[in-house]
Design a protein around this ligand. Structure first.
Ligand SMILES: Cc1cc2nc3c(=O)[nH]c(=O)nc-3n(C[C@H](O)[C@H](O)[C@H](O)COP(=O)(O)OP(=O)(O)OC[C@H]3O[C@@H](n4cnc5c(N)ncnc54)[C@H](O)[C@@H]3O)c2cc1C
Length: 388
């Protein structure tokens, strides 16, 4: 099977890239081991700087119609203080069940060929081996885009350095709840606990998502039982206990997944253009990972189009690496600094006492995402070049 581009992974990054390229008449294979809809570990806070991309792909109205609530405020709850500030623009609370399926269907509707339910097993130059239930195929493509998320078999296969790190691993946990009022209504709430934090926000369907991140060394003794871990943090931090007591679980169990390793990674690896988490990880507390994944697709798409033309790709790859670093590295750095503060409840308390939280909060929000206007300019440029 021959394609111009094979996109490996149909999360927000991969599906956005596939949709953009297929729109331009490029033949695209979109491969994912999952079938859609499917749930995924995530805070499900969709930052405002993703919204121009939703409009570009024509799904902004659909998300609104399906009831994804607007999130206008951020509330930080520490041991002794709570402070709240307006976000510069409204974000959305949207489940990954809904969001990823919409993006995947959009890519397919634009012309990408779906290989959902197919696991990619190996990459060899421009060939990808995919397998499903004893069947296997080779997909060849002019360009392979790696959108497989934060951690996977290809990170080891491509000998990526971060994958060897065993000492700086964190794990996420999430569960949907039904809440009593007052809930998080219209706000994202952030809570701190020792070596971790969690966020609370509403999503569509009258549900509230509670999703957290914790350093691996705090999980010893809980034997993978998230219920036991949550009981422990509730007993340590009274505000967390109060928050959890407002809700009852709407899902049978917690969802967790691969380790989160906050180490730098290259945006192009042996000719594979990396998109989304595979290209760099912003700390989850920012709620900017999905936006960044979609923006990296928008950044890479024109360069991938150029890479499909005959000639050397070295310059194009270097251009993507440089543009990726300039767009994303500052927000990744800021996100780590803020996460360090949020994972230390006593220090967070002291910081909230000393600082003027309103201004600082808004500054942190701005530093950890793109300016809305700059994403709008990028989407407009893509729209114009697609209509020529
Ligand atoms: C605890 C936590 C909370 C978070 N909260 C938020 C939040 O509130 N807001 C936000 O914007 N971001 C949040 N994020 C980050 C966000 O989840 C990611 O940034 C985002 O999912 C990245 O999108 P992606 O397309 O790069 O990868 P992913 O969404 O991870 O998609 C990768 C896809 O690749 C597929 N895949 C992987 N390997 C293979 C293979 N071998 N063969 C075939 N398919 C494969 C997977 O099935 C998956 O569908 C959070 C992350 C964590 C850990």
């Amino acid at each position: 099977m021959k394609f111009d581009v094979a996109v490996l992974g149909a999360g927000p990054g991969g599906s956005t890239l596939a949709a953009l390229l297929a729109w331009r008449g490029v033949s695209v294979a979109l491969v994912d081991r999952d079938t859609f809809p499917r749930d995924k570990l995530c805070g499900e806070f969709l930052s405002y700087d993703a919204l121009p991309l939703l409009d570009l792909l024509g799904i902004g109205d659909e998300i609104e119609r399906r009831g994804a609530p607007a999130i206008r405020r951020c509330r930080i709850v520490s041991r002794r203080r709570t402070f709240e500030f307006e976000l510069p623009h409204s974000a959305r609370g949207v489940s990954r069940l809904l969001f990823d399926e919409l993006l995947f269907r959009t890519a397919v509707a634009r012309g990408a060929q779906p290989f959902d339910g197919w696991t990619a097993e190996s990459i060899d130059h421009n060939a990808l081996t995919i397998a499903r239930a004893g069947e296997s195929h080779t997909v060849t493509a002019g360009v392979i885009a790696g959108a497989w998320g934060r951690w996977g078999r290809f990170d080891t296969q491509l000998a990526r350095l971060f994958a060897r790190d065993r000492s700086h691993r964190s794990f996420g946990f999430k569960r949907h709840y039904r809440g009593a009022s007052p809930g998080a209504e219209g706000a994202i709430e952030l809570y701190s606990f020792d070596r971790g934090y969690l966020g609370v926000n509403d999503v569509e369907g009258g549900l509230t998502n509670i999703c957290g991140l914790v350093h691996a060394d705090r999980l010893a003794g809980h034997r993978g039982r998230w219920e036991s871990f949550v009981t422990a943090i509730r007993s340590e931090e009274p505000p967390l206990d109060t928050m959890y007591s407002r809700y009852t679980p709407a899902q049978d169990d917690f969802l967790s997944s691969e380790p989160v390793i906050f180490r730098g990674r290259r945006a192009v690896e042996r000719g594979v253009f990396m998109i989304g988490d595979a290209s760099g990880i912003v700390d989850p507390l920012t709620g900017n990972g999905m936006a960044m994944a979609m923006q990296s697709a928008l950044l890479a798409a024109p360069l991938i189009l150029r890479a499909l033309r005959p000639g050397s790709r070295t310059e194009i790859e270097a251009e993507y690496i440089a543009a990726h670093a300039s767009m994303f590295h500052p927000r990744i750095r800021w996100s780590r600094a803020i996460a360090t503060l949020l994972s230390r409840p006593a220090i967070l308390d002291a910081a909230l006492r000393a600082a003027r939280p309103e201004g600082v909060g808004r500054m942190f929000v701005r530093r950890t995402r793109a300016e809305l206007a700059s994403v709008q300019r990028m989407t407009e440029a893509w729209r114009i070049s697609s209509s020529v």
